[in-house]
Structure formats: C-alpha cells, structure tokens
Ligand binder design. Structure first.
Ligand SMILES: *Cc1c(COP(=O)(O)O)cnc(C)c1O
Length: 283
C-alpha cells in the first residue's frame, strides 16, 4: 500500500482525491517540484525546497508551512513508502473554491499533495546517449516558474516521443532555450555552454550541480545561449534534470553529434556528478 502527502499529513493514497473546484485542476494555478531519492536519501533537497518557495512567491502564493516542516514531511513521505531509489513529486495549488480567475479570499487554504515513486536510474540512456528533436518553444515568458501549466512542454515532448526521440530541444526562433523538462548544454573546444538563467528557462538544480562539476574538473563555463546551428556543431550535447541526470545527446533530427559517440567531457561530468550521489547508509 502506498502513502501520499496531503497538506501536513502522510495519508493512504486513497485518501487523496481531487476537488473539481481545485484551482490546480482548473487553471494549473500552482507549482511543483521533483526531488531524486538515492539510497533512501533526498538529493539537493534544500535547493529544491528553496526553489519551491521561490516559485510560490513568483505566483503570489503563500506556502503555509516552514521550509523545515516541509522538508520533514518529504522525508516522512520517502520513509512511509520505503523508497530506496526513485523520486518524490509534490505540488501546491491555490486551493479549491467556486471557479473565478481572481485569487480566492485568504480563508481558502492552498492544497499541498505529494507522491513517492520507486524508479531506477536511467543507466541505458546515461551509457549510450539519446536522440533529440528540435521543437519551437511556444511556452509563456515565465519559464523560470516551475508552474503546473505544462501544455507547452507536454505538446513538445509528445512530438519528440512520436519521432522516437527522448527529448524535445526547444528554440525561440534560432535560439535554443532548454528541453521540455531538461536543461540543455553544449561543449565546444573545451568550453561548456548553456542558456543563462533568465525568464526563458527553468533554472535546474541539476544544471547548477553540473556547473559546479564543470568547475571542479576545470571545464570553463559560458552561460550564453546557443543557436540551433551552433548546437548541431557542438562536440558534445547534454540534456540534464533531476531524473535524467547527465544524459548525453548523440543525435538531433537525424544529425549525429560527435559521430554518435558519447564524448569525453560528458563522461567526466557524469563521473563527477556520481561523486555527489548520496551513498547507502551503513551502520
Ligand atoms: C524541472 C525542469 C528542469 C530541470 O530542473 P531540475 O531541477 O534539474 O530537475 C528543466 N526544465 C524544465 C522546463 C523543468 O520543468
């Protein structure tokens, strides 16, 4: 039997039902996070929780718990489900009330829900690399918010899936922004490129870990947007996220990157990333 997070309680999954008047359900009026669990431990939890509060602030939603309390609840969610390796998903909406675009009155409480999933690391993709396809970025101009509104991402990912690709690499005109649910990196002549963290991308926690890893292995960084043409000419391309980790891209729209081989810098970044994964707790 599984357990879910419902506001400040861990409850049986069946206890969580959607209210048809929930603003998350009706408007996508809420925000979310995904945190990876390695060996029973939450990875970069503080960073994710900080971003959760920041996203909430940006949509003027006040989370009625302290960060410490939320961290505790997420930990309990992992424990209750006995997750060893996997991830947790959690979201908060602006609450349930008669449908109206205007914010509800202060007595309407936000609704926090969360679930834990056992899932293995994407070993095959990490080893062999994946294919990607270019899709026009039709999302709104506040991609810095981890909003529940994901239609732009859903349509892009579905298009990629139907083309046999793992990820849609989004572009606004000629400029690469990010993946549908990942951040995009290119490596050319020993320099790591990625889109600057502004309103056009979600500032990934994995992106931040990779930038730290790059510094640690003496790979210079340029937070500078690439064009589609420049991305195709990169020596190495990576898509990265909490669940995808450091995934090599070996082909975009049929054009091979690095002759379809995973590059050396990518391997070094993967190895450096692996040093940060929490080890099993031994007594
Ligand atoms: C969540 C997300 C990412 C990756 O962020 P992580 O914190 O690394 O998981 C990248 N792009 C988009 C659009 C996202 O929603």
């Amino acid at each position: 039997m599984g357990y879910s997070l419902l506001n400040d309680r861990i409850v049986a999954d069946e206890e969580v039902v959607v209210n048809k008047e929930d603003r998350g359900y009706q408007f996508g009026d809420g925000i979310y996070e995904v945190i990876k669990v390695y060996n029973g431990q939450l990875f970069t939890a503080d960073e994710h929780i900080d971003r959760f509060y920041l996203s909430a602030e940006k949509i003027r939603l006040t989370i009625p718990y302290t960060k410490h309390k939320l961290h505790q609840l997420l930990h309990e969610l992992v424990e209750a489900n006995e997750i060893n390796n996997g991830h947790i998903y959690f979201q908060i909406t602006r609450g349930a009330t008669a449908r109206n675009h205007i914010f509800p009155s202060a007595d309407v409480a936000p609704v926090l829900t969360g679930a834990a999933v056992e899932a293995s690391r994407p070993i095959t993709n990490l080893e062999n690399g994946v294919k990607a396809t270019f899709v026009e970025d039709i999302r709104w101009l506040r991609c810095d918010i981890k909003s529940l509104n994901l239609l732009g991402a859903v349509l892009a990912k579905q298009e990629a899936f139907e083309k046999g690709c793992y990820e849609a690499i989004l572009h606004r005109g000629e400029t690469i922004t990010e993946g549908s649910s990942t951040n995009v990196f290119g490596i050319k002549d020993g320099v790591l490129y990625t889109h600057p963290a502004n309103n056009l991308i979600l500032k990934g926690i994995t992106r931040q870990v990779i930038l730290t890893c790059a510094q640690e292995i003496d790979l210079p960084i340029k937070e500078q947007a690439m064009t589609k043409e420049q991305l195709l000419a990169m020596d190495e391309v990576i898509v990265a996220s909490t669940t995808s980790e450091v995934t090599p891209v070996i082909e975009i729209d049929g054009q091979k990157i690095n002759d379809g081989q995973v590059g050396l810098w990518t391997r070094k970044l993967q190895a450096q990333f692996a040093t940060k994964i929490p080890a099993p707790i031994t007594i």
